[in-house]
Design a protein around this ligand. Structure first.
Ligand SMILES: Nc1ncnc2c1ncn2[C@@H]1O[C@H](COP(=O)(O)OP(=O)(O)O)[C@@H](O)[C@H]1O
Ligand SMILES: N[C@@H](CCC(=O)OP(=O)(O)O)C(=O)O
Length: 379
């Protein structure tokens, strides 16, 4: 990797506007039990500082099981999935309270968002989660995301919130994913077992040699570095770079976003916008098509605008909200592809109408656009 590449990678963090910060269990708990409230307060202070700089932050936080164990008076982390789920359900309240308390010191509101991996692969729920998170972020609220542990089993068993962090970065097309853990970053071997292990400073997210270096966790049943490297690959698909760093380093977040060379930075192999568009285009099968009038074709192509119902002349196919549809011009030529906000029946009713009429026609309004520009790829 050239010096130029290294600088470029760190610049991506310095220029980031929307970021996902994932705080792992290994870090949140001192000894695998209970929350390290003072440390949480420190990360909250840094996130608040990023907020003041105008950076939008979504937090993905583990720690529910650990907090629940303390509340229930359990000394040992249970191995039965149903007990882990019970602990997570009890502990999630403590986790939420802790974040709420610390963010309130900075006059910031938090929102609890519990998701499963399935929510993010189902198209409709994907769009719902996306619009809810975006609205929260626009309202300057800090979403605190965790796995919905009472309805999943695999994730709680493998303790992997790294993947969830990457999926949220994809969902929001974040510029960066920061994974805070108990190690300084990715080493060329597990530093717990190899004292001579060396820190990887920068690399490509899809470099296969990193997968070989990354081992499991020190603690039974957690993802370790392997899930972090995989998360970096996943995040790169929508153009996000991933930083893996120690949450114990002072001012780690603010320093990373100042462009300081901390931890490991894994970058996408494509320019973020190209990666983002390719990711969107490759998402799904096309389920239908919208025929656009000449004015809509022009604003989509020239200005990258959203598609409003007023610019649609015909709707074909049967699709539901969240499906991918093709936009064509009046001669049948392909113009764009995107995730549609309304199902085919509703789209037929609102085609050609101004957005302020949507509610009167359908009795509800999901969004003023038929396809939001962020969900649209011009072909
Ligand atoms: N190559 C590696 N570099 C750094 N840490 C590694 C590596 N391979 C395995 N690990 C282990 O991964 C652990 C961090 O993962 P994990 O315990 O799942 O943390 P978290 O709860 O923050 O997700 C480290 O404590 C370390 O023992
Ligand atoms: N969702 C669970 C476990 C998630 C978890 O531990 O993930 P990780 O931080 O990646 O090791 C919790 O909040 O305790």
């Amino acid at each position: 990797m050239t010096l130029e590449d290294q600088r470029g990678g760190r610049d991506a963090l310095r220029d980031a506007r929307r970021v996902v910060v994932k705080v792992g269990s290994a870090l949140l708990t001192n000894d695998g039990r209970g929350l390290d409230e003072a440390a949480i307060g420190g990360w909250v202070d840094q996130i608040a500082a990023l907020h003041r700089r105008g950076i939008e932050v979504v937090l993905v936080s583990s720690g529910a099981v650990a907090a629940g164990m303390v509340r229930l008076g359990w000394q040992m982390r249970p191995s039965a999935v149903y007990e882990l789920q019970a602990a997570a359900a009890v502990g999630q309240n403590g986790l939420t309270q802790c974040y709420e308390h610390h963010f309130a010191r900075h006059d910031l509101l938090t929102a609890q968002v519990l998701l499963t991996h399935d929510d993010l692969s189902n198209r409709k729920r994907y769009l719902n989660a996306r619009s809810a998170l975006r609205t929260l972020v626009d309202l300057r609220v800090v979403p605190v995301v965790n796995e919905n542990d009472t309805v999943v089993t695999d994730e709680i068993r493998f303790g992997d919130n790294d993947t969830l962090g990457a999926l949220v970065a994809n969902l929001l097309e974040a510029d960066a994913l920061v994974i805070l853990t108990d190690q300084e970053g990715l080493f060329d071997a597990d530093p717990r077992h190899h004292s001579a292990a060396r820190l990887i400073h920068e690399g490509r997210a899809d470099d296969p040699s990193f997968v070989a270096m990354a081992g499991g966790s020190g603690t039974l049943g957690r993802g370790g570095m392997a899930t972090k490297v995989r998360a970096a690959r996943l995040a790169a698909r929508s153009g996000a770079c991933t930083a893996i760093a120690s949450g114990r380093q002072s001012e780690v977040l603010t320093r990373l976003f100042d462009g300081e060379r901390l931890g490991t930075l894994l970058s996408p192999d494509q320019a973020p916008m190209a990666a983002r568009k390719r990711w969107l285009a490759g998402q799904l099968q096309v389920r239908g098509s919208l025929t656009l009038d000449a004015g809509a074709v022009k604003v989509l192509r020239d200005r990258g605008s959203s598609l409003l119902p007023v610019g649609v002349k015909a709707v074909s196919g049967s699709f539901v909200r969240g499906d991918m549809v093709l936009c064509i011009d009046e001669h049948g030529e392909r113009v764009a592809k995107g995730l549609v906000n309304y199902g085919a029946e509703d789209a037929r009713q609102i085609q050609g109408q101004p957005s302020h009429q949507i509610e009167a026609i359908l009795g509800f309004m999901e969004a003023p656009e038929l396809i939001h520009r962020d969900n649209l790829v011009v072909l």
